[in-house]
Design a protein around this ligand. Sequence first.
Ligand SMILES: Nc1ncnc2c1ncn2[C@@H]1O[C@H](COP(=O)(O)OP(=O)(O)O)[C@@H](O)[C@H]1O
Ligand SMILES: CC(=O)N[C@@H](CCC(=O)OP(=O)(O)O)C(=O)O
Length: 304
Amino acid sequence: MTQNYAPDPALLAKAETLVEALPYMQRYAGKTFVVKYGGHAMGDPEAARDFAEDVVLMKAVGINVIVVHGGGPQIGAMLKRLGVESQFVGGLRVTDKETAQIAEMVLAGSINKEIVSWISGAGGRAVGISGKDGGLVLCEKVGGKREPDPNSGIERHVDLGFVGDPVAVDRSILDSLSKDGIIPVVAPVGIGADGHTYNINADTMAGAIAAEVKASRFFLLTDVPGVLDKDKQLLTDLDPARINALQQDGTITGGMIPKLETCIHAVENGVDAAVILDGRVPHAMLLEIFTRRGAGTLVRAAAA
Ligand SMILES: Nc1ncnc2c1ncn2[C@@H]1O[C@H](COP(=O)(O)OP(=O)(O)O)[C@@H](O)[C@H]1O
Ligand SMILES: CC(=O)N[C@@H](CCC(=O)OP(=O)(O)O)C(=O)O
């Protein structure tokens, strides 16, 4: 007995999607991608599950994925619960000794292990570390910032306390984990030569790691579709000169300034491209990596 076999169009579309992904899988196998997962992007449990699936799929097709996470809103919530005041200067949290302890507890304790659990739940193997582990990140106290005084408006110098800037990254612990099929998940906390614990902006931490491992792609998952122009239209491609112009004319403000400065640092120090993506969009990274459509804002160094 014979039967006409008409493939289900939905299944056929799935097969075509896989075939579309093939050249990208071949291009990226063996390459290193650094993913910065921001605190705003990780709010929704469904989006978190999609994020973990994307990371596990990337690893399964041979990409060495390194996750660096934030947690600013979650630190803020914990400080509020504990009745500790907190303020930001130039996008960085002023961090006294108590705040540094709480930030470490939230970042390296709860958030780090939660991301490890999500990745395990998606069938991957992850190990959570902070910049303190295996000598990963040595940092230096960030110099103070100039800020107008809220009362007088006169500029004053603000000491940020235990806020660190990565000055040396030792990639060996990342390489050991990656080689063994493990996805490193890194909390933005580091140690200084003075032995103190420092709170590091997660974009800065991720950028320093991306530059050290010469990542092919550096993804920054946030809560906007990418960099928007004055008419709220997505800017799909940027280079350092254009970013400087957008900063000068006030198109880029707030948290986007350190984010793009980190992208410039990364692409000028050996990272092929940085991409700012909306982490709330389901499977945002897979769409960017494995389809012709792409998403978000791609930042590259200026052509030589
Ligand atoms: N031109 C711009 N395009 C997009 N976002 C911008 C722009 N200028 C400022 N922003 C702000 O930058 C924010 C992203 O930075 P941030 O809050 O530090 O993100 P995250 O916590 O994910 O690191 C956006 O939510 C938006 O409010
Ligand atoms: C020094 C400094 O500001 N550290 C940040 C670290 C977390 C972070 O950067 O998280 P997001 O990426 O979610 O913003 C903070 O304390 O909020």
